[in-house]
Design a protein around this ligand. Structure first.
Ligand code: B4P
Length: 195
């Protein structure tokens, strides 16, 4: 199994690049943001609970997200690898993921972090908000709250993987294709190390 994490602040391009990467490398895409939005759309109890947090720019509680990831694994037992997009977002989630993968005698091959400046991120998210219908993208105050949550709760996840020597920074500004090429070459380097 070859498992990757795509890491970075809100709007850094994780969703955009994930779609291209899963195609190229034959991985299963696990986006906790997408899974949560599906739950909200279907008005499940989990979705109704998650919406309260997402609308305020806060993280959904760890136990909810970890439970959702665990059941996604159960539905994809034959996967040759996963691309984790927007997960883990806290150190507790990273530790839970390490444990879940250990049970499968597996681990994370690499963490690729998209680096983008804050003003560019705000412009991208407000622009997406015009068409996406996502309530968390239309209000600049909510977007800024998401950045402060990112710096307090999600940034420490980088250190968790730096200690494991798995963390790679990638410039996330420029054309989608140029960023995809940079991500692909970092992944290919890692695949060569693993093969
Ligand atoms: P997510 O769905 O993960 O969304 P995101 O961080 O906003 O976006 P992403 O980085 O994927 O941006 P994208 O490619 O779309 O999370 C939403 C919410 O769900 C969170 O705030 C949280 O509340 C909750 N949640 C999710 N996972 C959780 C977890 N594990 N634990 C707790 N809570 C969780 O790009 C953004 C825009 O930029 C797009 O419009 C795109 O077209 C544009 N763009 C992309 N690349 C570009 C480029 N190179 N140049 C110009 N524009 C570009």
């Amino acid at each position: 199994m070859f498992n990757l994490i795509l890491f970075g602040p809100p709007g850094s391009g994780k969703g955009t690049q994930s779609e291209k990467l899963v195609d190229k490398y034959g991985l299963v895409h696990l986006s906790t943001g997408n899974l949560l939005r599906e739950e909200i759309k279907s008005e499940t109890p989990l979705g109704l609970e998650a919406k309260k947090f997402i609308d305020k720019g806060q993280l959904v509680p760890d136990e909810v997200v970890i439970g959702m990831v665990d059941s996604y694994f159960d539905k994809h037992k034959d996967a040759r690898g996963f691309l984790f997009d927007g997960f883990p977002r806290t150190v507790a989630q990273a530790e839970a993921l390490d444990k879940l993968l250990e049970l499968k005698k597996n681990g994370i091959a690499a963490v690729l972090a998209l680096e983008v400046g804050e003003e560019e991120l705000i412009a991208r998210l407000l622009n997406r908000g015009k068409t996406s219908g996502r309530s968390d993208d239309t209000d600049e105050a909510v977007i800024r709250k998401r950045f402060s949550v990112y710096s307090q709760e999600t940034s420490p996840v980088a250190e968790h993987y730096r200690k494991q020597d798995k963390f790679h920074s990638i410039k996330g500004e420029g054309s989608v294709d140029a960023i995809f090429d940079a991500l692909s070459s970092a992944i290919d380097d890692r695949l060569n190390v693993n093969s």
